[in-house]
Design a binder for this molecule. Structure first.
Ligand SMILES: Nc1ncnc2c1ncn2[C@@H]1O[C@H](COP(=O)(O)OP(=O)(O)O)[C@@H](O)[C@H]1O
Ligand SMILES: [Mg+2]
Length: 248
């Protein structure tokens, strides 16, 4: 098992507030890892730290190591664009550009100097299970797609850049159950090629798709392990209470 993405002794503060405390996590290649925990425990902060999204927060203080295999993600000689090409991100609210479906995918390819012909666009849309639904409407504004389609377009946009890792922050929380299941199916398909880390508040979703689960509580990793162990036989009482829905 090859560790693709990892954090060692990671601490993150915003001003006086320490949000992540001595985090040590490792995400394996071709696996799906779910990050769970109550609101405000630092899940998004952790996910965003991997593609340097705190760079623009002047009060963010980060210590420890974040690595993509052996690459130090905070090595100032590595351009952030390179990191974001190798580590894609999908957000809670689908955020297509105000452009056509075609341009949504072509744009990122162009700015990364990658081929952006129709064959490449088709491949990305197929990989995101969207091609059949949009192949006759590639010039249509992406904002006219349904929420679930927009989210799959954002996934297509990420995979078009041939990333190694895809980070997803509650990608289904704004979607209906049918769209959610479609995205879950897509995520399970994508893990054959990518390493996937997903934040979810949906405990059924974590159990359906994740190989490993990490439970965060108040900025610390409380427990982690194979998903079936975390949900069926958690070691910590706090984990048990959270997955049973006692707090959240
Ligand atoms: N850029 C920021 N500046 C200040 N505080 C932040 C920033 N980002 C997150 N926080 C704080 O960090 C804590 C954890 O937030 P977050 O990582 O979004 O939690 P989660 O995703 O688990 O709900 C919250 O108290 C939040 O207000
Ligand atoms: Mg969050």
């Amino acid at each position: 098992m090859n560790i693709k993405l990892s954090a060692q002794n990671l601490n993150i503060s915003f001003g006086q507030k320490q949000v992540l405390k001595n985090i040590n996590v490792a995400f394996a290649e071709n696996e799906i890892t779910a990050l769970i925990g109550p609101s405000g425990c630092g899940k998004s902060t952790l996910l965003r730290s991997f593609n340097r999204m705190h760079d623009l927060s002047p009060d963010a203080k980060i210590s420890g190591n974040l690595k993509l295999e052996d690459l130090d993600l905070y090595d100032k000689t590595v351009p952030v664009t390179e990191i974001r090409k190798r580590i894609g991100m999908v957000f809670q609210k689908a955020n297509p550009f105000p452009k056509s479906i075609y341009e949504n995918i072509a744009y990122g390819l162009k700015i990364n100097n990658l081929p952006h012909g129709i064959d490449v666009i088709e491949k990305a849309l197929r990989e995101a299970f969207l091609w059949e639904e949009v192949k006759n409407d590639l010039k249509m504004p992406a904002t006219r797609l349904s929420g679930g389609q927009q989210q799959r377009l954002c996934i297509a946009r990420a995979v078009a850049l041939r990333p190694e890792v895809i980070l997803m922050d509650e990608p289904c929380s704004a979607l209906d159950p049918v769209s959610t299941l479609k995205i879950e199916e897509l995520i399970m398909h994508l893990k054959k090629k990518y390493t996937i880390t997903i934040v979810t508040h949906n405990m059924q979703q974590a159990q359906r798709i994740a190989d490993k689960t990490v439970f965060l509580y108040l900025g610390e990793v409380k427990e982690e392990g194979p998903t079936s162990q975390i949900f069926n036989n958690p070691k910590e009482e706090m984990t048990m209470n959270y997955i049973k829905g006692s707090f959240g």
